[in-house]
Design a protein around this ligand. Structure first.
Ligand SMILES: Nc1nc2c(ncn2[C@@H]2O[C@H](COP(=O)(O)OP(=O)(O)OP(=O)(O)O)[C@@H](O)[C@H]2O)c(=O)[nH]1
Ligand SMILES: [Mg+2]
Length: 337
């Protein structure tokens, strides 16, 4: 074979390699993705999906309502799907838990992201941590790092964290619930505490990743990058984030996205609070290309914050009965606005 044909062959082979890399990248970018929502019974998993996607999954006011995994699929911009799995809640009975553990392990292995939902007004973080530890003890050891990396934590029913008050920011017949400054501060402390109890202990099993828009090129013992992705090995805590941001303020957005990987997020299905932030966290965790593929899911979630004034009045309803006069003294639901 003369020199020219060898070059031609090499070029031909190179092209094949390029095509196969492109094919793999396309498969990766278009594969169907899935998210599971897990946690104890009654934390509001089904309610959260109902408000996010308009499903009518049964909700239990008194006893567990979800007895087997149920799914809702939403399309990406490119027509591929993102499936959310609503899981039965743990903690109903030892017997039920034994059955659900196998389901949880299966979904922990197969789903790309797992939302772990916890009551915002509970202090049982140790119980949650032990529950996750037990689940991971049952997983093959090499699965551990992969599973830990999928977890994102939410504090549900944040509307119950009061006082200090919630503020209803009204625009016409709708409005959005926002926490007062004092309440936002308390929520932040609460989230930081939960992060310390359930995220931090995983230590170096943790990793954070986000997409690289192209201009991020910092590398150190823990931080790494390629053209598509920026990664951090370990817990990207608030302190770590602040340190990097102070040193490289031009990359504040990248650090904030890395921080999203380990942020514990308070949210409320009832108040439609932080639903868009939750979706940003979830989609961000799905990988560097997901944020572009699922822009529509993010846009839809951003539309969800509005609550009709009539509904708001019901949530805030509070009646004082004057027992001496035998009359209604104060009824928040009837006060004129
Ligand atoms: N205040 C308040 N209550 C909520 C919220 N979300 C759900 N709930 C209530 O919490 C209770 C349980 O809700 P579900 O959605 O059935 O909880 P779940 O986690 O799916 O429960 P299981 O299916 O048993 O695991 C119901 O009474 C809901 O109305 C919320 O954001 N705020
Ligand atoms: Mg449920």
């Amino acid at each position: 074979m003369d020199r020219i044909s060898v070059d031609a062959l090499e070029e031909h082979q190179l092209e094949e390699v390029r095509q196969s890399v492109r094919r793999e990248r396309d498969i990766e970018a278009n594969k169907a993705l899935s998210v599971a929502i897990m946690g104890h019974t009654g934390v509001g998993k089904s309610s959260l999906l109902n408000v996010l996607f308009g499903t009518r999954f049964p909700v239990g006011d008194v006893k567990p309502a979800t007895r087997r995994p149920q799914a809702i699929s939403v399309p990406s911009n490119s027509g591929h799907t993102l499936t959310f799995w609503d899981m039965p809640g743990l903690g109903d009975s030892a017997e039920a838990d034994a059955g659900y553990r196998a389901m949880y392990l299966e979904k922990l292995a197969e789903c790309d992201v797992v939302i772990w939902a916890m009551h915002a007004d509970s202090r049982c973080t140790d119980h949650e941590a032990r529950c996750l530890n037990r689940l991971l003890d049952d997983a093959p050891p090499e699965e551990g790092r992969r599973i830990v990396g999928k977890l994102t934590y939410v504090l549900t029913k944040a509307d119950l964290l009061t006082p200090p008050p919630w503020i209803f920011d009204m625009h016409g017949d709708r409005g959005t619930f926002v926490p007062s400054l004092a309440l936002a501060g308390r929520m932040e402390l609460k989230a930081a505490h939960v992060e310390q109890m359930v995220v931090e202990p995983w230590g170096d099993l943790l990793g954070a990743a986000t997409y690289n828009t192209g201009d991020f090129a910092l590398r150190d013992r823990r931080l790494d990058f390629d053209r598509q992705t920026v990664t951090y090995r370990g817990h990207f805590s608030r302190e770590v984030c602040e340190r990097y941001t102070a040193a490289h303020p031009e990359h504040a957005e990248v650090f904030s996205r890395l921080r999203d990987n380990h942020r514990v997020l308070p949210c409320s299905a009832l108040f439609r609070f932080n639903l868009a932030a939750l979706m940003v966290n979830v989609v961000g965790k799905l990988g560097p290309t997901a944020i572009f593929r699922f822009q529509r899911v993010l846009d839809d979630a951003a539309e969800l914050a509005g609550v009709p004034v009539a509904a708001m009045r019901e949530y805030g309803n509070f009646l004082v009965w004057d027992g001496i006069r035998g009359a209604r003294a104060f009824d928040l639901g009837r006060l004129p606005i």
